[in-house]
Design a protein around this ligand. Structure first.
Ligand code: ADP
Ligand code: MG
Length: 463
């Protein structure tokens, strides 16, 4: 057919102008259906691809058509499931699997289902999964589109395509959000399924408790009965032999039963120190995807969406100022936005560029060499308590508060793990650190004194 031939030649051009991964994900299963009156109709296999083509590749497609002698003013994208089912894959090409997973006629979720019909809040297996983390409110850009596509494909067919999925990248760039979105989508689409989410720190803690209270079987049953097991931040399994062994058995049991396993880490499997070889090799059995810090446009889109979800429209210069000056990660970007919103709400002001620069100027140029010791010393000084008291088991109110602030700052400024934070403050139990960071995060929203104190400590630290 003429159009098919033409399309093949256009795809050939597009293929050389894109990365292989992008080409396979977005273009592999597209077809030119019709050309008439300056308009082209392209068939794609699902709504997600349609949206991406419309949003990101429309210009490229028109341009390439033109280069091949076809002038079109408009391109229409329609979703059309292929008529024949793909033969089973024999070779393993993870990226190909992303796109082929879209071609089996499975309909991806298009619009958010009304929350009341989800009724997932009381789901018995919604442990640790935050309902806030969904695909719908995750902004896709070039830094995370592959991870997003892979997660969508998994949510559509858990355990079927590639297993495990291993997402890695720096802190605060959306790993937890995405992998929990898979959990939420699976629970919505398949209400009977068991989605078990745990951070690896939780896994470790529960394992230790299970040994202590002789509940090993219950522990193993809990994890091994999952349909989808999501373990976040697996780098914390490093150096823990017994736990790695337990995790190895859990992994095998689930994998053999074709249950989906999703893992995240701050580094690729090969770079996690003291990770047993047998685990390392299993972690790369399926697909590993590197997630990057979102680019400027994506950061702007995230800010707008987050602000809008709180009923606030931010002026463009504010959005651009934030997105330019906070490039580290999305968590910090969100933190700055929350700070700005809280500040304005307390004073009944509309956010503007003057307030934003005033408020965030201090956080702009942070030195890289801040240490845990400096933070603890500064907190002690600021609250007029001794360092010994901060590090002691004392539970007096005027010591607990500053200690919690110190823990919060170790997390927000140095991104230390909870066990490390606990260790820095002479604590054995890292749940205290989790609780403290959580408490201060809430306090910052509610309490102007806490906000001022933390701002002052930070200003001093970064002065
Ligand atoms: P990580 O697990 O990689 O450290 P998180 O998933 O906790 O990061 O993300 C930090 C915050 O940034 C979360 O509140 C998350 O909702 C938000 N976030 C990150 N990436 C995106 C994105 N692409 N779209 C919307 N929100 C995002
Ligand atoms: Mg995370």
């Amino acid at each position: 057919m003429q159009t098919e031939k033409l399309w093949q030649s256009i795809l050939g051009d597009i293929e050389i102008s894109l990365s292989k991964a992008n080409y396979l994900t977005w273009f592999k299963n597209t077809h030119l259906l019709k050309l008439s009156d300056g308009s082209a109709t392209i068939a794609v296999s699902n709504i997600f691809i349609k949206q991406q083509l419309e949003k990101k590749y429309d210009a490229l497609i028109k341009e390439t058509l033109q280069k091949n002698g076809v002038m079109v003013n408009t391109v229409e994208y329609i979703v059309k499931s292929p008529t024949s089912k793909q033969p089973a894959e024999t070779t393993f090409d993870p990226l190909e699997q992303i796109s082929s997973s879209y071609t089996t006629g499975h309909q991806l979720q298009t619009a958010p289902t009304p929350t009341n019909s989800r009724s997932t809040l009381t789901h018995p297996y919604r442990q640790g999964i935050n309902e806030r983390y969904t695909f719908e409110n995750f902004i896709v850009g070039s830094a995370n589109e592959l991870a997003y596509a892979a997660c969508q494909a998994i949510a559509a067919m858990p355990g079927e395509k590639y297993n495990p999925l291993f997402l890695y990248g720096g802190v605060g760039i959306g790993k937890t959000h995405l992998i929990q979105a898979v959990g939420n989508a699976v629970l919505t689409d398949r209400p009977g399924s068991r989605v078990v989410y745990a951070t690896s720190e939780q896994f470790v803690q529960e394992f230790v408790d299970a040994l202590r209270f002789k509940k090993n079987t219950a522990f193993a049953d809990h994890y091994r009965s999952a349909d989808v097991l999501i373990v976040d931040d697996v780098q914390f399994l490093a150096g823990k032999e017994k736990i790695q062994e337990e995790f190895f058995h859990t992994f095998n049991a689930l994998h053999q039963a074709n249950k989906q396993i999703i893992l995240s880490s701050d580094k690729p499997p090969g770079e996690i120190p003291t990770l047993e070889e047998r685990l390392r090799s299993r972690f790369v059995w399926g697909m590993s995807i590197d997630m990057q810090n979102p680019d400027f446009e994506t950061r702007c889109a995230i800010l707008q969406t987050k602000a809008e979800s709180k009923g606030i429209t931010l002026p463009t210069d504010v959005v651009e100022y934030l997105a330019t000056n906070i490039q580290t990660n999305i968590r910090e970007l969100e933190g700055a936005l929350n700070q700005l919103i809280a500040f304005c709400e307390m004073r009944a002001l509309e956010p503007n560029i003057a307030i934003t620069t005033g408020l965030l100027g201090a956080t702009k140029s942070r030195p890289k060499h801040l240490s845990a010791k400096q933070i603890i010393e500064r907190c002690a000084k600021h609250y007029h308590v001794s360092i010994e008291d901060l590090l002691s088991p004392k539970r007096d109110k005027d010591i607990v508060g500053p200690r919690q602030v110190a823990m919060y700052l170790l997390r927000s400024e140095l991104h230390l793990s909870f066990p490390k934070i606990a260790h820095e403050l002479g604590r054995k139990d890292h749940t205290t650190a989790i609780h403290s960071v959580d408490k201060i995060e809430k306090d910052i929203q509610l309490n102007a004194d806490t906000r001022t104190n933390i701002q002052e400590i930070k200003e001093w630290l970064y002065a």
